[in-house]
Design a protein around this ligand. Structure first.
Ligand SMILES: Nc1ncnc2c1ncn2[C@@H]1O[C@H](COP(=O)(O)OP(=O)(O)OP(=O)(O)O)[C@@H](O)[C@H]1O
Length: 270
């Protein structure tokens, strides 16, 4: 479990990116941080692995304040996947995936063998292992980025807009792939996106952030749709316009959550 307690981050130039955040991120589930640009999502994510340290409050992982853990040791248990994959262009795919384990002293043979298995895990053909990132499509590069994030066998996987730079069709494939992977692996995933539909699709818990890094609501997609916490959330999720892929409708006095094709996804307790 990851817990934010009264977390604030003010950068040296005075910008308050995140203010007074309290959230509990449950283990083995996907929590999605969603909000418009500059709402503090990336800052919040980076406080988990100490790429950013809070100016007030605490971030705890399984009850331990991360401020007491040396960053390199901390990151051993935390995978990180970023937008544009962040792959090293002059290294082959297999070596990109194996980079961190190699730095940590795993033998080259073992690291490469594990990297090949991870290509299978993320649905990439092993024949791509000897190619360079530029020889891959954007979607394939993102899969390599996910394989690299998994290479340290982390309990926690941080994903910062990992599918933001690919076209909508590939994006939909990658989303499905992540759902499948998560079913199999059950990591504690923290995922950042601008896209509320992506948040509702992937998130067990969705955290809606406002400018100034405040949380408007943290709940399941169904709860947010049924009971938006305030006008900001209602507008953000388009609840009033019924334009979401997932939305609430009333049938025979029962409130149903239905998907874009009109298929019921659940019944709401009244
Ligand atoms: N190193 C920094 N120094 C000063 N201000 C910063 C720094 N990093 C982020 N900020 C500011 O903090 C605020 C939150 O930024 P952050 O990147 O966390 O938002 P975000 O929601 O992830 O945005 P985006 O979706 O555009 O990536 C913004 O106003 C940003 O300009």
């Amino acid at each position: 479990m990851i817990e934010f307690r009264g977390v604030t981050k003010q950068f040296p130039d005075g910008t308050v990116a995140v203010e007074g955040v309290d959230i509990v991120i449950p283990p083995h589930k996907t929590t999605v941080l969603v909000g418009s640009s500059g709402s503090g999502k990336t800052t919040l994510l980076r406080m988990i692995n100490r790429m950013v340290d809070p100016t007030a409050g605490q971030v705890l992982i399984d009850g331990t304040d991360v401020a007491t853990v040396e960053p390199v040791a901390l990151r051993r248990g935390i995978g990180y996947v970023m937008q544009n994959s962040g792959l090293l262009p002059h290294r082959k795919v297999v070596d990109n995936v194996a980079t961190v384990p190699l730095l940590r002293g795993t033998s080259k043979r073992e690291a490469r063998a594990h990297a090949l298995e991870l290509l299978d895990t993320v649905g990439l053909d092993r024949s791509l292992a000897e190619k360079y990132p530029a020889q891959l499509s954007g979607g394939q590069q993102q899969r390599v980025g996910v394989a690299r994030g998994l290479a340290v066998d982390p309990n926690i996987l941080l994903m910062d807009e990992p599918f933001g730079a690919v076209d909508p069709i590939v994006r939909a494939e990658l989303q499905q792939e992540l759902l499948r992977l998560q079913e199999e692996l059950g990591k504690t995933v923290v995922f950042v996106t601008h896209d509320i539909d992506e948040a509702f699709l992937l998130g067990d818990q969705v955290v809606i952030m406002q400018q100034g890094g405040r949380i408007s609501q943290a709940a399941s997609p169904v709860e947010i749709l049924a009971n938006p916490a305030d006008d900001f959330v209602a507008d953000f999720v388009g609840a009033r316009r019924g334009k979401r892929a997932l939305h609430v409708t009333e049938v025979d006095g029962q409130r149903l959550v239905v998907d874009a094709d009109g298929r019921p996804a659940g019944v709401l307790a009244s």
